[in-house]
Write a new protein. Structure first.
Lengths: 451, 607
């Protein structure tokens, strides 16, 4: 994604900087080098020996630095032609939607001169970027953090949950949108679902796969559908709202504990696991519910906030020839719980089958000893469907070794494990809590249409 | 002969050539045009805030009420990258190589490092809303008989989708072409005559064909920018044939000169531009004898009319290859309608009466003209009548005459051109940060250019016309491999014989290079006559037999046998001259003896 260019604030290397200084040449000055005339641009990419020059037709070119560079004139950094943004005005009678930003491309805009991106920080800016929002609701913009979602962890989920509760308590909006990088949305929605129970109004997490500088970006439609959905229906709960397919026809609102990012780049990357989406929301605001088993909005309902979390947990994926030392080291370093992603129904290589696989017994023995103090949870890397440790002998042995299967996706199980262990030190109590269905995170029954 | 220098003629060329790099520029799709488009993706492209320079909130809101763009595709030629569902991969190094070769052949300075940019496109011809483009070379030159023409830029970029349908609510594009690598070559405006423009285009074309470029219809596009001192820059696109360029430039000069005359005439007459609106004049045509109009009115269509003051006589003035009236009709055509005006032969249209009445109604005076535009009523997405828009476009264009020649984009049409659309604003360029810059210096040094076609032509021992044709032929590679069998023989087989066989409906693709190699070997070994080549190939295609067997049927007679036959003929025909003897001999010996050889023998043996 283009926002990730590390060298955004980087400058030219020290040798080049020294030579430039000698001639009083600064970035944005008009210069001439190797017969090329243009503006010296900030160094944002490319080989360390090249200058980036914007020539008069608007193209950037790279020229190997040459001491024969000359300054033609000193210029100021061009200010991006700003949209004349009117002061944001609330409209009587419209519902209020609070937008909390944590990062991601939806709430950002590009500086066309440098290619760098800036976050949108005010309601005015987002209203200017997506004017349709104002027709449906009064919007408030609350910048919470500005980070890549892969760097988020429980600390940020807790802050986010607290900020959401604060907003709901103080402002009583008709809904909350959380703008979020797409990479770990499914972890965040699982966390918010568990941490913020009995939500009076919906919390919809919205991201965008295609950067918002392009005319084809999915950002605007995702936001418009989210606002329409929250203001036009009685839905409450935590969900994601993004494109349902590659067309700009409708978005899917999907249950926060049953989703996963399933494509690195497609705009319909989020798919529901073991359930079907709650609803289709069309670009024009029409809503078609596909399920009616959701909590209804009730502004008088009080949030039950539980932001405990123990970060001493791990998510470990089985692979053929699995190295038991992974588990050994985790246990030795104080891990309190591990979500295992087994193959198929939830299988790890614990069976000594032949001479070569005799060592698999070590893993079995390890599970047995570790499970006394570390809560071992089994899920499946098949993702869809539920694990089942009764059907095959491997599973039955795993149960005897103390492994507990749960009917959740690995990522949702991981978040729940941290949340549970943050609330109790008693491993038996923790097992009980893992198997208790708090907010529908457990797939008690699987809809045949879900796959 | 016009004095182009005095007129201040300036012509610039922009040539877009598709490169044959195997796969597309920023993905690994094959470079392939598809024949059917079973899939589609539907998008609503949004104007990005600040992009259009729109600062008014209301206007921005209007912009966001965008049309539906439908992209039709075939999975054989489009992948997720074209659908803007995956970041780009690349750039394709082979395409980069060819682009560098283009720079070298045009003697350009090549940049040290390639920085890919995004150029916003507001017409939706790229799914993402922008085109990826990079600047590679500048300060080049191409030589012509009238002097050196400068090359201001060589760019490497993606081709766009092709429009395939539209309505007031949607626009449809086919995207098989999207992503094919293009090299764009821009000349400076120093071209100063139509002939030089044509020659420049031809010379650049010839240089390009020395390289690995896509061939065939649509693989090269030439746009011409023409201006004269008192006129304005006009872009002409859509040349199907290179030969039309000099005609189009010449016509454009005449057109602009005529428009300047119109301007002077209007000034003399005291013309004042007024933003008038066309009137709904349908009632005047209720009883018209014109079939066309009666049909329109009968089907609940409308007729709109307006006065064009001071334009009487000017609408039938020639502006290039068409009258100004016909020129105006193209502005209405952009909205889907035609016009009929008072400088035309109204009797032909059976509209003399109606126009007479309308003239009075619109208060048109002696110096004024009027026009009507008619058709089915249609509203655009904003609810505005398309007929009103068509009429308004004509009025505006007429008003502009007092200012002079408008800058615009025109479409090549016959020997001239017609209005297509306003000149597009420069799309905004900003960095394409999904693609890392490519350091070119080392790579460029190592890249060699092949011999150019002109250089190859110089080395050929062929008559001028054959040489000219063979270097432009797609069979040039075959020629080069087979020329050892006799340059003229091979060239004329590949050009003339093939053309003739094709013209007769025969499938020349059945002839493989190996077949020709074998056949020519037999010619060299005097097993068959070179005169038999075309007959042999024809028989080969038609019969499906093996070439070997067909050649046997045409085997040349043994030299002594030939002499014997000739001896007999000479003896039988004492008084015949060489020509007549030749005729008789070839009747018997055709296909079995080489004509040249027979003639030689006849000469020898007659004496």
């Amino acid at each position: 994604m283009n926002e990730r260019t590390e060298a955004r604030s980087a400058s030219y290397n020290s040798e080049i900087e020294k030579e430039l200084e000698k001639k009083s040449i600064k970035v944005w000055d008009r210069i001439e080098v190797n017969n090329i005339h243009g503006i010296l641009m900030p160094k944002s990419s490319g080989s360390k020996d090249t200058l980036i020059v914007k020539i008069d037709n608007g193209y950037n070119v790279g020229i190997v630095f040459n001491k024969n560079i000359n300054k033609i004139s000193g210029e100021k950094q061009p200010v991006d032609k700003k949209l004349k943004i009117d002061k944001y005005k609330k409209v009587e009678g419209l519902p209020t939607i609070s937008i909390i930003t944590t990062g991601g491309t939806v709430a950002s805009r590009i500086d066309y001169n440098t290619g760098a991106t800036h976050a949108l920080n005010t309601a005015e800016e987002i209203a200017a970027a997506i004017p349709e929002l104002q027709k449906a609701a009064n919007i408030r913009l609350i910048p919470a953090f500005q980070m890549w979602s892969e760097d988020m962890e429980y600390y940020h989920w807790v802050k986010l949950a607290e900020r959401i509760k604060q907003e709901i308590d103080e402002v009583q909006p008709d809904g909350i949108i959380v703008i979020h990088g797409t990479d770990i949305i499914h972890y965040t929605t699982a966390a918010l679902s568990l941490m913020l129970q009995d939500l009076p109004v919906p919390v919809l997490v919205v991201g965008s796969q295609r950067s918002s500088d392009r005319a084809s970006s999915d950002a605007a439609m995702n936001m418009i559908c989210a606002v329409n959905f929250m203001t036009k229906t009685d839905f409450s709960g935590v969900a994601v709202c993004m494109h349902a397919n590659m067309n700009d026809d409708f978005c899917h609102v999907q249950e926060g504990t049953h989703i996963r990012k399933m494509h690195t780049s497609r705009r319909d990357t989020f798919k529901s696991i073991n359930v079907i989406p709650y609803a289709k929301v069309y670009y024009n605001g029409t809503v078609e519910f596909l399920r009616n088993d959701y909590c209804k909005k009730d502004k008088n309902r009080k949030i039950n906030i539980i932001t405990k979390f123990d970060k001493n947990i791990a998510l470990v994926k089985m692979y053929p020839g699995f190295d038991y030392k992974i588990i050994e080291n985790l246990a030795a370093n104080g891990v309190r719980g591990i979500v295992l992603e087994g193959s198929g129904f939830g299988n790890f290589p614990i069976n000594p089958i032949d001479d070569f696989t005799k060592y698999h017994q070590k893993l079995a023995d390890l599970f047995s000893s570790v499970s006394k103090n570390v809560l071992l949870i089994m899920t499946s890397q098949a993702i869809n469907g539920n694990p089942n440790l009764n059907v095959y002998s491997t599973g039955r042995i795993e149960q005897k070794l103390g492994i507990v299967p749960v009917d959740m996706t690995p990522e949702t199980a991981f978040v729940k494990l941290g949340w549970v262990l943050g609330q109790t030190n008693d491993i038996e109590k923790a097992k009980e809590m893992m198997l208790n269905n708090y907010v529908g995170e457990i797939s008690e029954r699987i809809d045949p249409r879900a796959f | 002969m016009l004095d182009y220098k005095k007129i201040g003629l300036k012509v610039g060329l922009e040539i877009h050539q598709q490169l044959d790099s195997g796969t597309k520029l920023f993905c690994r799709c094959p470079i392939k045009r598809s024949e059917n488009f079973p899939e589609e993706t539907r998008r609503r492209l949004r104007a990005v805030a600040g992009e259009m320079g729109i600062t008014d909130k209301a206007a921005l809101y209007e912009q966001t009420k965008s049309k539906l763009f439908v992209y039709k595709y075939n999975t054989e030629s489009s992948c997720l990258v074209e659908l803007d569902e995956q970041p780009p991969v690349g750039p394709n190094l082979k395409a980069l190589e060819i682009a560098i070769q283009v720079c070298k052949l045009l003697e350009c300075d090549i940049v040290d490092e390639l920085h890919c940019m995004r150029k916003t496109l507001i017409d939706g011809s790229a799914v993402s809303g922008f085109q990826r483009t990079a600047f590679i070379g500048s300060k080049g030159k191409v030589r012509t008989n009238e002097g050196v023409v400068g090359i201001t830029g060589v760019m490497l970029e993606e081709d766009s989708g092709t429009p395939s349908a539209r309505s007031t609510e949607h626009v449809e594009y086919k995207i098989d072409r999207l992503g094919i690598p293009l090299v764009e070559i821009a000349t400076d405006a120093s071209i100063c005559s139509p002939e030089q423009a044509q020659e420049t285009a031809e010379n650049i074309g010839l240089l390009l064909r020395s390289l690995s470029v896509v061939r065939g219809i649509g693989s090269i596009r030439q746009d011409v920018n023409v201006s004269i001192a008192q006129g304005a820059r006009v872009e002409i696109k859509g040349f199907q044939e290179l030969e039309k360029i000099s005609n189009a430039v010449d016509n454009e000069v005449k057109r602009q000169m005529a428009l300047i005359e119109i301007k002077e005439d209007l000034i003399k007459k005291g013309f004042k531009a007024q933003d008038i609106k066309a009137e709904d004049a349908t009632d005047f045509f209720k009883d018209t004898k014109s079939n066309a109009i009666r049909k329109i009115v009968g089907e609940n269509g409308r007729v709109f009319a307006a006065k064009l003051s001071k334009f009487k006589g000017l609408l039938k003035k020639q502006t290039g290859d068409r009258t100004f009236g016909k020129e105006l009709s193209a502005y209405a055509a952009a909205h889907g309608y035609g016009i009929i005006h008072s400088d035309e032969d109204l009797e032909k249209y059976y509209l003399v009466n109606e126009f007479g009445i309308l003239k009075k109604h619109l208060k048109a005076g002696e110096e004024d003209a009027i026009f009507i535009t008619a058709g089915a009523k249609r509203n655009d997405a904003g609810g505005i009548g398309a007929l009103e828009k068509a009429a308004h476009a004509v009025i505006q264009r007429a008003n502009y005459c007092i200012i002079g020649v408008p800058e615009e984009t025109r479409m090549a049409d016959g020997f001239g051109s017609k209005y297509m659309r306003p000149l597009p604003g420069a799309g905004r360029l900003y960095p394409e940060s999904d693609i890392q810059p490519v350091f070119l210096r080392d790579m460029a040094e190592k890249i060699k250019t092949p011999k150019t076609l002109l250089e190859k032509k110089k080395e050929m021992n062929l008559p001028e016309e054959l040489a000219d044709q063979i270097i432009r032929s797609k069979y040039l590679p075959w020629y080069e491999e087979l020329s050892r069998f006799g340059e003229t023989l091979v060239a004329s087989t590949l050009l003339n014989t093939f053309k003739e066989l094709s013209r007769r409906g025969l499938d020349i693709t059945r002839i493989r290079k190996e077949d020709l190699s074998y056949l020519f070997t037999e010619v060299i070994n005097r097993k068959v006559s070179k005169d038999s080549v075309s007959l042999i190939l024809e028989r080969y295609i038609l019969s499906g037999s093996e070439l070997r067997n067909i050649i046997k049927e045409f085997e040349l007679m043994d030299e002594n046998e030939i002499k014997a036959v000739i001896r007999k003929i000479i003896d039988k025909n004492h008084n015949a001259n060489e020509g007549a003897l030749m005729g008789i001999a070839m009747k018997e010996l055709r296909g079995k003896a080489d004509g040249e050889r027979v003639m030689k023998l006849i000469r020898e043996m007659k004496s």
